[in-house]
Design a protein around this ligand. Structure first.
Ligand code: MF3
Ligand code: CO
Length: 249
């Protein structure tokens, strides 16, 4: 069931989203060679709690941390660990959610640790830009397939591939609401986009093939071919004035 939000509800939700956005920025500033993913997660959790919010991910289906931190060929859901050290040249995807006043904000970005390869930089740039292409397609009167198509067309044109097994999602009172928001699709197909829908658009884009596998830890998702993957996400409200990015500080 899709839960539409009033303008007032979207404004309340914006507070959770701003906290999630602030946590992501703080975490991104902590990314540098030598830091552990445990420490980056600590920065996220501290920021969220400092703003009287709750880390949405912590305890979600048993997930043990406030954020997911996925390095290089890890696509999503990397579990922070004191043993996992960031090295120069790594790309570090951080995904973090905050719950405040009964609403959830969810966002993610991929950060560079020191100097990265030109190809890794291009992967990050294309993935970030594909998120904005998807957001631009999130217009009242359009369809979910318009969003996925915009993301997919842009990334595949650049020679990259779209992960299929995980998608964006409705977000609001809880982290995962309807509808599912795939990063691939056909224009004019799927759920109709209506004012008051709040969705997380989150392209997960691979440098090589789209195939992924999950590690025995039950969470970490990696590319099968070992090539790098990037991930960007915003929580977006669909309004009659166009899409509004809520996860902005
Ligand atoms: N942000 C992720 C999503 O959009 C959720 C992370 S999974 C969790 O689905 F278990 F860590 F919460
Ligand atoms: Co999400």
């Amino acid at each position: 069931m899709i839960v539409l939000k009033t303008t007032g509800e979207i404004n309340l939700m914006r507070q959770a989203c701003k906290i999630a956005a602030g946590a992501l920025i703080a975490a991104g500033e902590a990314v540098k060679p030598g830091v552990s993913t445990f420490e980056i997660n600590r920065v996220c959790e501290h920021f969220i709690r400092l703003h009287n919010a709750v880390p949405t991910f912590l305890g979600y289906q048993g997930y043990p941390a406030a954020s997911c931190i996925s390095i290089n060929d890890e696509v999503i859901h990397g579990i922070p660990s004191k043993k996992r050290i960031v090295h120069e040249g790594d790309i570090v995807s951080i995904d973090v959610g905050a719950t405040f006043n009964g609403y959830v904000g969810d966002n993610a970005a991929t950060f560079a640790a020191g100097a990265i390869s030109p190809e890794a930089q291009r992967l990050c740039d294309v993935t970030r830009e594909s998120l904005y292409k998807g957001i631009e397609a999130a217009q009242v009167g359009g369809r979910i397939g318009d969003i996925g198509h915009a993301v997919q067309a842009y990334c595949e044109e650049a020679g990259f591939s779209v992960v299929r097994e995980y998608t964006g999602h409705g977000v609001g009172h809880v982290m995962h609401e309807d509808p599912s928001v795939p990063n691939y699709g056909t224009p004019g197909r799927g759920v109709r986009l209506q004012p008051g829908m709040t969705i997380a658009i989150e392209p997960m884009i691979n440098m090589g093939k789209a195939d992924i596998r999950r590690l025995p830890d039950g969470w970490t998702v990696k590319t099968k071919d070992g090539k790098y993957s990037a991930h960007f996400e915003h929580t977006v409200a669909i309004t009659s004035n166009g899409p509004v990015i809520l996860t902005r500080v």
